[in-house]
Design a protein around this ligand. Structure first.
Ligand SMILES: Nc1ncnc2c1ncn2[C@@H]1O[C@H](COP(=O)(O)OP(=O)(O)OP(=O)(O)O)[C@@H](O)[C@H]1O
Ligand SMILES: O=P(O)(O)OC[C@H]1O[C@H](OP(=O)(O)OP(=O)(O)O)[C@H](O)[C@@H]1O
Ligand SMILES: O=C(O)c1cccnc1
Length: 483
């Protein structure tokens, strides 16, 4: 049952809404939706945007096949033939803007903006959020892990524990964007050009009479790429001594043992002792690799203990974002095009954080020309002239007395045109370029915003016009609802 099609990868309520829009002849109305997230995951100070490549693939492949239509015909809703005909001719004809993958993003700022017929904009909500939420989450987790091991090799080992195949593949790509160097997943390697890496499992050792036989046999087949897993029986009494024997044998053949892998026990104690034994045997070039339910906190602590580990294999905790398994990104209607103008719409909530910010808006990153650092992100209406302003007032949208004026800045617009009238106008950078761009993004921010424990909150502010309009709409709707 092969299924690579994603058009029906949507919630039924989207189909029911677009059907009702069609019945009421509202389906061609142009609407604007913003996608954003509300709370940083893992207690981090930022998130790393990922998922755009998948979104672009999805939009480009958005057509209803005969099978899709037949399935809709089976539904109890008894959709009109005219609607199904409309779906047969369906293709995306709207505009999408998004921040580039690898961008550091912050709560409550639009990172994807869709302006399209409601018929199209509503249909794509589910899939767009699905891709954005998961991939951004994993890229952010990877970025946290990279932060605690800036110089080490980081290998993604999570496929066996991932939430199924797509999560493994696209999660691996996101991990690479966030700072990983390689993956054990061959398909991710093939698809995206991510370096594929691998050692061997306990089964290899258990399949031979002795550990030494197993190590020798492996080294004979892979003399220039041997990493030996040394913890099957007794790491320091058997595994490391046997690895040293193999290392010496490889030297005689003109090769070098590449590494040993520790996969259980006290990784600090074992790595220090293994390092000593290897060095004393003249094998100081042999790398020590660690795995076993690692995450940024364990790695950070191991480093603080002086563990002698050069390379980390990280699986479960990364690919499942185990300590924060969902990003919670949302997709909200913010404006309706009426007679050429954009009418803002708002969603109220008892929870102030859930009140939407109305209007057809864009986001700027305000970068000081004096020090090259980001001062804050600034959400303004699409037609506000932010770049030409000499002085900009940044104020907290909740605690408005908290404000500062910034002069001498560059206002860098974050949202890039991705689709125009249904045509892809954005050429995707290579994965290496995205990774490099992510590193540059990090250098824009003060360390206080980036630290992984209790970071400072980076300002995401509204222009005065956007703020005023939000306040006006809030009081207007409150009055209406109070009769
Ligand atoms: N020195 C250390 N300091 C902090 N955490 C460590 C240290 N050494 C290992 N760990 C981590 O502690 C956890 C211990 O896990 P666990 O008890 O499953 O390991 P184990 O019993 O050694 O091995 P296993 O059960 O997989 O054979 C793992 O996440 C591991 O990475
Ligand atoms: O621990 P993770 O971060 O998920 O990394 C992947 C794990 O997968 C392998 O273990 P395996 O499936 O053999 O099971 P194990 O946990 O018993 O070692 C490997 O030896 C790692 O321990
Ligand atoms: O190559 C490895 O050592 C590896 C790959 C996947 C999972 N665990 C380990």
């Amino acid at each position: 049952m092969q299924n690579n099609r994603l058009t029906l990868h949507t919630d039924k309520y989207q189909i029911n809404m677009i059907y009702a829009h069609w019945k009421l002849n509202r389906h061609n109305n142009i609407r604007v939706f913003d996608a954003y997230y509300r709370k940083n995951p893992f207690g981090n100070g930022y998130a790393v945007f990922a998922g755009l490549e998948r979104i672009i693939d999805y939009i480009n492949g958005l057509t209803f096949t005969e099978e899709d239509i037949s399935y809709l015909k089976e539904q109890p809703e008894d959709y009109d033939e005219g609607f199904l005909q409309e779906l047969k001719e369906f293709r995306f004809t709207g505009n999408i803007d998004a921040v580039p993958e690898g961008t550091l993003i912050f709560p409550n700022e639009p990172v994807i903006r869709v302006k399209a017929r409601i018929f199209e904009a509503q249909l794509i909500e589910t899939a767009v959020l699905n891709f954005f939420n998961y991939q951004t989450l994993i890229a952010t987790k990877a970025s946290r892990i990279r932060q605690v091991a800036p110089e080490d090799q980081l290998m993604e080992f999570g496929t066996r524990r991932a939430q199924e195949a797509d999560a493994a593949i696209w999660g691996t790509r996101a991990a690479f964007i966030g700072g990983f160097d390689g993956t054990s997943n061959m398909e991710a390697g093939r698809l995206f050009g991510i370096p594929s890496v691998g050692t061997h499992a306990h089964s290899w050792v258990m399949d031979f009479e002795t550990e030494l036989d197993a190590f020798m046999a492996y080294a004979e087949v892979h003399p220039d790429n041997t990493v030996l897993l040394v913890d099957t029986y007794d790491t320091l009494k058997s595994g490391v001594p046997n690895a040293i024997k193999v290392g010496k044998w490889l030297e005689e053949k003109g090769y070098r043992l590449k590494g040993i892998r520790l996969d259980s026990g006290d990784l600090s104690y074992l790595s220090k002792n293994a390092r000593k034994m290897l060095d004393e045997a003249g094998l100081d070039y042999v790398k020590i690799i660690a795995s076993n339910d690692l995450d940024e906190n364990v790695i950070f602590n191991l480093k603080a203990q002086g563990a002698r580990i050069d390379s980390w294999g990280v699986g479960t905790q990364l690919i499942t974002a185990a300590d924060n398994p969902a990003l919670g990104g949302v997709y909200k209607l913010v404006a309706k095009q009426e007679d050429g103008d954009f009418t803002p719409v708002i969603k109220l909530s008892g929870n102030p954080e859930k009140v939407t910010t109305p209007g057809y808006k864009t986001v700027y990153r305000i970068i000081s020309k004096n020090n090259g650092k980001a001062e804050g992100d600034y959400i303004a209406f699409n037609d506000e002239k932010v770049k030409d302003q000499e002085r900009i007032k940044l104020f907290d949208p909740v605690h408005t007395y908290l404000h500062k004026y910034v002069t001498d800045f560059n206002a860098v617009e974050l949202l890039m045109p991705v689709f125009r009238v249904g045509e892809q106008v954005y050429s995707l950078p290579t994965l290496e370029e995205i990774k490099g761009y992510h590193q540059k993004q990090l250098s824009l921010f003060w360390d206080e915003y980036l630290r992984k424990l209790n970071p400072e909150r980076y300002p995401v502010d509204l222009s005065e016009s956007v703020w005023n309009q939000k306040m006006e709409l809030m009081s207007k709707f409150k009055q209406k609802n109070n009769g």
